[in-house]
Design a protein around this ligand. Structure first.
Ligand code: SAH
Ligand code: MG
Length: 219
């Protein structure tokens, strides 16, 4: 395609809003930042699943536990116009996330709660959530689940990321891992057991991305 033609095509895409250039650039920048600074943002495959769940279930309000640099929050906001409440405790991450939200064009859809998620319940308890995305300290997943699921609407969905803990959960070399890693693996395994046995939820665990658990609240 000639350059002039390509320019016209890009301009048309921008005009009819099928190409959000600001977000396209920021998306790449955030991925590069995460890689360079070892921030564990959601991997593409897990994100694709999460986005499809959002397209299908059209949640009005999403609660995210673990904002980091604001990558997944923006991706979720972008899919369906949902409102996102997202909780982060690390001041460095908070600063970066606020900058992300300001530049993303999704600022009006996203509320950042600057607090430890184990202490933030009172700050969000007046909102009903249709989807909760748990993606913070792996050892605390069950606590997050028990604390925040009372705010879930009927047929609400809980998505838990990193069920494979960067591939470590199902590896044979469990014995050779450090004590702390073994502790986390045990916690994640027992969380999965907790989800699968929970009488009020139907849970499936998918080994795509870094392992994603999807729990749907029963009627
Ligand atoms: N959801 C993000 C990645 C989150 S990484 C994305 O996919 O783009 C996990 C984040 O959770 C880290 O930034 C960490 O600081 C935060 N975190 C861990 N435990 C937390 C807690 N108890 N309360 C609030 N934030 C927590
Ligand atoms: Mg994650």
């Amino acid at each position: 395609m000639a350059v002039e033609q390509m320019t016209v095509t890009v301009m048309e895409a921008v005009e009819n809003n099928s190409l959000n250039l600001v977000w396209t650039v920021l998306d790449l920048e955030l991925k590069a930042y995460a890689k360079e600074h070892h921030v564990p943002i959601i991997v593409d495959e897990g994100l694709a699943l999460l986005e499809q769940i959002i397209r299908i279930s059209k949640p009005k309000h999403i609660l995210e536990i673990g904002t980091a640099i604001g990558y997944s929050a923006c991706r979720m906001a972008r899919v369906s116009g949902s409102h996102i409440t997202t909780i982060e405790r690390n001041p460095e991450m908070i600063e970066k996330a606020l900058d992300t939200f300001k530049r993303s064009g999704f600022e009006n859809q996203i509320r950042l709660i600057e607090c430890d998620a184990l202490e933030a319940f009172d700050l969000v308890k007046d909102t009903a959530f249709d989807l909760i995305f748990i993606d913070a300290a792996k050892a605390q997943y069950q606590k997050f689940f028990e604390l925040y699921t009372p705010l879930l609407t009927s047929n609400g969905i809980v998505v838990s990321d990193n069920m494979s803990f960067h591939g470590l959960v199902h590896q044979d070399n469990y014995e050779t891992q450090s004590r702390s890693v073994r502790g986390l693996i045990r916690k994640l395994t027992s969380y999965q057991d907790f989800l699968l046995k929970h009488p009020d939820y139907d849970t499936s665990i998918f080994e795509l991305g870094d392992g994603v658990a999807i729990s749907v609240k029963k009627d």
